[in-house]
Design a protein around this ligand. Structure first.
Ligand code: NAP
Length: 292
């Protein structure tokens, strides 16, 4: 069994981005600028935004965070989006989810200009993904594709089973894995809570991608010997440690890992790549690669 090391792969890609930014600055240019909009005090969102700021700094991007109280109105947030859409100093921006319940997240995401939509959630970018056109790929699925590519995992002609059909992970990764591309060209089965005989299907997977949202859900009897297992899950489980919790994924790592050819650890796998994909999308926005 080999671990797919998200930390190592992420660091490699950060170095590549940092070198490109350094040459832009050496040539007298401005670095790419990423903005994150944060509404409210959600603890996981605060942690995520802090990691994004650190990653931006590490590669030389300019990074700003616009923070608002959770009682801001939907109209006020739409005005912020309009402002950022029109600000020529901003190459790309994200509105951190989840938003407070009184704000309709789809209305906000649809208002973001597709050219600045570096989270890749705008319907135009999703539509372009479906058609196989260049688009900003949603960050987590894009991160999984990077891991597969950099770890040299063969995907062509192999059976990929995806657990979960969310708009941010399961559905886009199933589309990417079935695209005529490398990585891709897999035969994909997408499973969800209404799937019957789930273990029978997961046991057929050469590549199993778990994005289900239940800690330790994937057990050893659900995995074929020699399979590649990608664990997207992130869960904080309270414990007696100094931190008060430990992080685990959707796969029962201890039991499943010995059966695999490759597996991603949690933490240290997919989670780290999400931010890397966001940096890459921001660099694409800076270079007008998707919408020249
Ligand atoms: P989600 O929106 O809750 O979707 C979960 C999916 O799993 C749904 O499609 C659901 O089916 C399916 N499901 C739930 N229980 C099931 C069961 N017993 N059998 C079969 N399918 C089942 O979750 P998500 O946002 O995609 O996130 C999934 C996991 O990835 C979470 O642990 C999350 O924290 C993590 N995550 C990590 C990153 C990262 O950066 N690494 C990013 C995003 C998410 P239905 O559609 O039928 O309800």
């Amino acid at each position: 069994m080999e671990l797919i090391d998200g930390k190592k792969i992420g660091e490699e890609i950060k170095k590549e981005i940092a070198a490109k930014v350094a040459s832009i600055i050496d040539a007298g240019g401005e670095p790419p600028h990423l903005v994150a909009v944060l509404v409210g005090e959600d603890a996981a969102s605060q942690t995520y935004i802090a990691s994004k700021e650190r990653a931006c700094k590490a590669v030389g991007f300019t990074s700003s965070v616009y923070r608002y109280d959770s009682d801001m109105t939907e109209k006020q947030l739409l005005d912020v989006v309009d402002f950022l859409n029109n600000d020529p100093e901003v190459n790309g921006f994200i509105v951190q989810l989840p938003l407070p319940a009184h704000i309709d997240a789809s209305r906000i995401l649809e208002r973001i200009h597709p050219e600045k939509d570096v989270d890749g959630f705008h319907p135009l970018n999703i539509g372009r993904l479906v058609l196989g056109l260049p688009s900003y790929l949603p960050a987590t699925p894009a991160g999984i594709m990077l891991l597969l590519e950099r770890a040299g995992i063969a995907t062509e002609g192999r059976h990929c089973v995806v657990l979960g059909r969310s708009n941010i992970v399961g559905t886009p990764i199933s589309l990417l894995m079935s695209r005529k591309a490398n990585p891709g060209n897999s035969t994909v089965t997408l499973c969800h809570s209404k799937t019957e005989n789930l273990a029978e299907i997961t046991r057929q997977a050469d590549i199993l991608i778990a994005a289900i949202g239940h800690p330790g859900f994937v057990k050893e009897d659900m995995v074929k010997a020699g399979a590649v297992v990608i664990d997207v899950g992130i869960h904080r489980i309270p414990d007696d440690s100094e931190k008060g919790y430990y992080i685990t994924g959707d796969v029962d790592f201890e039991k499943v890992a010995p059966k695999c050819s490759y597996i991603t650890p949690v933490p240290g796998g997919v989670g780290l790549m999400t931010i890397i994909s966001l940096l890459l999308n921001t660099f694409k926005a800076y270079n007008h690669e998707i919408y020249p």
